[in-house]
Design a protein around this ligand. Structure first.
Ligand code: HEM
Length: 341
């Protein structure tokens, strides 16, 4: 399905429930789901090529594609795709969980809100726990393909066996050390190679101009991990309450779910920052430095202007989206009562 069709079906999904047949409405829902997952794949293939390039040759200073399949399904495509897609499931399920919780706290549309809460919480439990596994696979992939990035994630300076899994620290690039470092001994070696004696490279193994900016990479990576761990805890708590038929019995639980709506978005942004800033100083890892990728024909002011326009347009779209979605949420399921789904 061409991705240009997606806005059409999204329009049907958001505004057309009372205007199209049940069949058409369900088809639109499926096509939006399918199209979003497919368009995510192409974006992530492009990004994965920049992270772990494959299927190309440098001919006369230019990268020439030699194997499309190898370039598309490179060493990080699979892990990145699943990690990012599951991240969107976490974000989506927490959004609908939060909306259902809000209705229940306000004692509005109680019957429908309970159904919504049950369905969304099952997805959240599944996605929240699954994300720990996709994240683990992703970290193993990074350890093997981008060892300098992993060292920055962990704030680890010395190459070592029995490498610890970092819990806390303040990396200092100038002094080449991590202050107040707390870690679980041997855990990083075990998690990556299933062997406590496995050697993991430290940042000092890499030339200074090929190390990512360690403080920011370490910090954003740890924010994502903390949130991922919190989601796992919330998933287990939700599973317990679901099992005990007590999902809507506690106001504190409903409030927790409501106020958690923004958290996956913070995890997603910090995850991207970890992946992209962690790739520096490379635009295409090991092949093209960011400094060399700067265009010689597009002046800096045009880049800045484009960026400002992007920020303005996306802020505008965000504000309109929020207004519409809040209006739809406030109206509640009453507006669509003529169909029983
Ligand atoms: C504790 C669990 C988690 C682990 C072990 C983990 C691991 C990772 C790793 C290693 C990367 C960097 C990949 C790279 O540089 O190529 C990454 C990136 C990312 N993470 Fe996580 N993560 C976890 C939780 C989460 C959660 C809860 C979310 C969002 C709900 C999330 C969203 C992302 C995103 C959007 C990226 C950037 C895209 C990518 O390269 O995959 N992560 N994660």
């Amino acid at each position: 399905m061409p991705s240009s069709w997606n806005p059409f079906f999204l329009g049907v999904l958001v505004f057309g429930r009372n205007k199209v047949s049940k069949k058409m409405y369900r088809l639109s829902a499926f096509l939006v789901l399918f199209g979003a997952h497919l368009s995510g794949l192409w974006i992530l293939i492009a990004n994965s090529f920049m992270q772990t390039p494959a299927g190309y040759e440098i001919v006369g200073g230019r990268a020439v594609l030699t194997n499309f399949f190898e370039a598309a399904v490179n060493h990080s495509t699979f892990e990145r795709y699943f990690h990012t897609i599951v991240a969107s499931w976490v974000a989506g399920s927490l959004l609908t969980t939060g909306i259902a919780s809000w209705y229940l706290l306000k004692e509005k549309f109680v019957e429908q809100a309970r159904i919504l809460l049950k369905v969304s919480i099952v997805v959240f439990i599944f996605a929240g726990i699954l994300q720990l596994f996709t994240g683990h696979l992703h970290a193993v992939q990074v350890a093997k393909t981008q060892p300098a990035k992993l060292a920055a994630f962990e704030g680890m300076w010395e190459t070592q066996t029995n490498a610890p899994l970092s819990m806390f620290g303040i990396p200092d690039a100038e002094k080449e050390t991590t202050h107040f470092a707390i870690g679980i001994p041997s855990m990083l070696s075990i998690m990556v190679y299933y062997d406590s004696n496995a050697k993991i490279q430290g940042l000092k193994d890499f030339p200074k101009d090929e190390r990512p900016p360690v403080f920011i990479v370490f910090t954003v990576y740890h924010i994502m991990i903390i949130l991922g761990t919190l989601f796992v805890a919330m998933a287990f708590l939700s599973a317990y309450l679901l099992f005990k038929h007590k999902l809507w019995d506690y106001k504190w639980f409903l409030r927790l779910m409501l106020f958690s709506i923004p958290l996956p978005h913070i995890a997603i942004q910090t995850g991207w920052m970890a992946a992209e800033i962690g790739r520096q100083p490379w635009a295409v890892y090991g092949v093209l430095k960011t400094a060399d990728a700067a265009s010689v024909v597009v002046p800096a002011w045009q880049v800045l202007f484009t960026l400002i326009m992007f920020v303005i347009i996306y802020t505008l779209i965000f504000v309109i989206f929020m207004k519409l979605i809040l209006k739809i949420i406030r109206k509640g399921p009453e507006q669509i009562k003529q169909y029983s789904y």
